[in-house]
Design a protein around this ligand. Structure first.
Ligand SMILES: O=C(O)CCC(=O)C(=O)O
Length: 216
């Protein structure tokens, strides 16, 4: 599993052919493991996912909520298994991340209209946070995040990893994947990131989180 004890995260060593994240570009920073792969999804698949998000969206929520009601202002759509498109995309994500389907949470889509954002946060559950037991009892901590941009807003909407000073621009079909844990398997604060405000256009992404243990 990613994030197991050792000199460096498992996936950082395992990027050969057939290994997790093969063909992905690793961002050269030792503080975290972050991969990028352009063209992971084709434009037709992205468009079909956008259509589903448009049909079935609701306000996004957060675990371990803080006092800021404007922390995450996007909308979310659950993309449940059983839809052949969703099953295909899940299989692609499981394969590139070297994960089993059972370790994955339900695939989610997000939609950001002008002015919407997801402020600085981490994706792991805070071990001392109020929601830790509720969310981690079965599957354990979040290990990996895989995120794919489904389109390119006209202005804004980049993803910024503040601690490593890296900003990634949305590009249709581009995958970002990062380990939420450090080499010792602890939550890695260096993954602090944000979905920056959209200034023009609409931004769509999908997000898949994986857990330490099977969820089902
Ligand atoms: O929208 C983005 O660029 C980032 C999304 C994000 O941080 C998340 O869903 O955890």
């Amino acid at each position: 599993m990613p994030g197991a004890a050792g000199a460096e995260p498992v996936a950082a060593r395992a990027a050969g052919a057939g290994a997790p994240f093969a063909g992905c570009q690793r961002v050269p920073d030792r503080r975290l493991v972050l991969y990028i792969r352009r063209g992971f999804l084709d434009t037709e698949t992205c468009a079909a996912l956008i259509a589903r998000i448009e049909r079935n969206r609701r306000p996004s929520t957060v675990a371990d909520a803080n006092d800021d009601p404007f922390n995450r202002t996007s909308e979310t759509c659950d993309l449940f298994a059983g839809d052949p498109l969703v099953d295909r995309v899940n299989a692609m994500l499981d394969s590139i991340a070297g994960q089993t389907a059972a370790h994955g949470e339900v695939l989610q889509g997000q939609r950001y209209a002008v002015g919407q954002e997801f402020k600085l946060h981490t994706d792991y559950f805070e071990p001392d946070g109020p929601d830790f037991v509720r969310y981690c009892a079965v599957g354990g901590q979040r290990t990996w995040t895989c995120m794919v941009y489904l389109n390119e807003p006209e202005d804004g909407g980049a993803t910024r990893f503040k601690r490593i000073n890296k900003t990634i621009r949305p590009e249709t079909g581009k995958l970002l994947a990062w380990s939420n844990l450090d080499a010792a398997g602890r939550p890695n604060y260096e993954t602090l990131h944000q979905g920056m405000k959209v200034y023009r256009g609409v931004k769509y992404i999908i997000t898949k989180w994986y857990r330490e243990r099977p969820l089902a």
